[in-house]
Design a protein. Structure first.
Length: 80
């Protein structure tokens, strides 16, 4: 059994209002030195078998078709 993580983030050219709101709030809360914040999503998938290339290919197809909107988001697949 293997665990795979898919991190989904907005593409750099896409505005991130939630990240901007967090960045504006941090100094008000006493946290200094943070220049920018980007908000994203993390998915953990538990595979029934090994995290071989075939299984990772399936996870990439899942990410492309269900987990990420590839028009505005990028994703990264990694094995824990």
């Amino acid at each position: 059994m293997a665990r795979v993580v898919v991190d989904v983030m907005l593409k750099p050219e896409i505005l991130d209002p939630q990240g901007q709101a967090i960045a504006r709030k941090l100094p008000q809360m006493g946290y200094e030195g943070i220049g920018a914040v980007r908000q994203g999503k993390r998915f953990e998938l538990e595979l029934a078998g090994e995290a071989d290339e075939e299984a990772l290919g399936r996870v990439r197809r899942i990410a492309e078709t269900l987990l990420a909107n590839t028009v505005i988001e990028t994703f990264e697949v990694r094995v824990l």
